[in-house]
Design a protein around this ligand. Structure first.
Ligand code: ARG
Ligand code: ZN
Length: 466
């Protein structure tokens, strides 16, 4: 009896547990549901991005009125659910959402800070593709970064320029705003008569309506991290260059007063891209270019995909080489998280050093020694910025490039060249982390490089010898 009672008790306890477990599943599946996470826990920006789905395509239709500063938009986002979804989030800062739907059925919308929560009428099943449409508008407000710089939708005298690194794209369209979720884009932009609209990718249409308004359409087929999306509106003059052998079509733009002065350097783009392709492998996108604005609301250049943007004051050959190098390093191979930013900036800075070495008679070693002597480069190790405020500080750029130069000196030029070409090939149109890079470099070198990483990539302070 005793044993029986004990066994019965155990069975009852197991049944209760099973019921409890079953009850839980019921509650999460049916009553509470399984919402996607509100952030992707990036080490610096935990709320950026959203869990539970993967965007494949954004179709953005935008109309901007520079007079009032008002932006009206529709975002059509095609995504695949990576879990059952009773609700999911999009990142959007400011602006007003007029309505939202999922697969053409109205969805409930809730707003909390920069998190937009959409609850579709029916739960989305894991693996299903679904289409979300958000109609929104308002006067976009830029974001002030931890380091004091401004990003997002930056208003100019007669237009705007949108830059989004790291978090600014949520000021002008709702999305999954973390670099780990890359997607293709279609963007249709309407601007008032007399103005020109520009964006990333291939311009597939340009038409002028009876009232003079200009609509352009832009297609970005290759995956793009949302921080690399851009729009520029103003009195731009455009210039295109037909593809030469092995190059892609180039479309550049500059605001009218600086169009002539910037034309010679804009004309160098096909050649610089071709030179970089010889070192880094085939150019990863189907078009290239640059957008130069005279408005200094933009305090820095940004490598926006296929068509980097520059304030006129930063449109020089070194910066152009840097932003074009990002097309391989950062745009095609994108950081897995913002902690891996040195993989963007260290490589783009090293690309500057390589360029002067090959074409301007200044060896990379000279840049390395100069950087070594700069105290500001030793504030922290490149792979571990202490806070979001330090993300774009000199160690990420200069010490990042120093890591690459030390790697080159350690493995030799031949192996280093193989890494320079092989890395963007291996992670083409994907994401990669610092660990991915160190493992890859070791696999090409055929040996362990721990000491190099310990000192140059992760070490605090300055090594005794350069
Ligand atoms: N990635 C840009 C460059 O080419 C710099 C962006 C700076 N952004 C910022 N929020 N401070 O170096
Ligand atoms: Zn850069």
């Amino acid at each position: 009896h005793r044993t029986g009672a004990a066994a019965g008790g155990l069975a009852a306890a197991l049944t209760a547990l099973a019921l409890l477990a079953g009850g839980c599943t019921e509650a999460t599946g049916g009553v509470l549901g399984t919402p996607g996470a509100a952030g992707l826990r990036d080490p610096y920006f935990p709320k950026l991005g959203n869990g539970g789905y993967d965007v494949g395509h954004y179709a953005l239709t935008l109309a901007y009125d520079p007079g009032t500063g008002r932006l009206d938009g529709t975002a059509e986002i095609t995504a695949r659910a990576t879990q059952d979804l009773s609700a999911f989030n999009l990142d959007l800062a400011g602006l007003t959402v007029d309505r939202a739907s999922v697969d053409d059925a109205p969805a409930a919308v809730n707003r909390a800070g920069n998190e937009l929560t959409l609850r579709p009428r029916e739960e989305i099943r894991e693996g299903a593709e679904f289409r979300t449409t958000v109609t929104y508008g308002g006067v976009p407000e830029p974001i002030t970064d931890a380091d004091g710089s401004r990003e997002g939708w930056l208003r100019t005298d007669d237009g705007a320029v949108a830059v989004g690194e790291p978090a600014g794209s949520m000021t002008w369209f709702p999305g999954n705003h973390h670099p780990s979720d890359k997607a293709a884009y279609e963007l249709r932009l309407t601007v008032p008569a007399g103005l020109e609209g520009l964006s990333n990718g291939v311009r597939t249409a340009r038409r002028t309506a009876a009232d003079g308004r200009v609509t352009t359409e832009w297609h970005t087929a290759e995956p793009m991290a949302s921080y690399l999306a851009t729009v520029a509106i103003g009195r731009y003059e455009t210039a295109s260059a037909a593809p030469g052998s092995g190059t892609v079509p180039v479309l550049t733009a500059a605001e009218r007063p600086i169009a002539d002065a910037t034309a010679p350097l804009r004309d160098e783009i096909p050649e610089i891209v071709a030179r970089q392709a010889r070192r880094f492998g085939p150019y990863p996108f189907s078009t290239a270019g640059a957008i130069v604005t005279e408005n200094e609301a933009l305090g820095y250049a940004l490598e926006t995909q296929t068509r980097p943007v520059f304030p006129a004051s930063a449109f020089d050959r070194t910066t152009l080489v840097h932003e074009l190098a990002h097309q391989w390093f950062g745009n095609s191979v994108s950081p897995a998280s913002w902690r891996d930013l040195w993989l963007n900036e260290g490589f783009a800075t090293y690309a500057e050093w390589l360029y002067t070495e090959e074409y301007e008679h200044v060896p990379a070693r000279t840049h390395f020694e100069r950087a070594f002597a700069q105290e500001t480069n030793w504030a922290f190790p490149p792979a571990a910025p202490p806070t979001a405020e330090n993300l774009f500080d000199p160690p990420v750029y200069q010490r990042g490039a120093m890591v690459l130069h030390k790697l080159r000196e350690t493995v030799g030029d031949r192996t280093f060249d193989e890494i320079l070409r092989g890395w963007p090939a291996k992670y083409r149109h994907a994401n990669a982390s610092t660990d991915d890079f160190t493992s890859y470099a070791e696999s090409v070198a055929g040996r362990d490089l721990d000491e190099l990483w310990d000192v140059w990539l992760y070490g605090d302070g300055k090594p005794a010898k350069p």
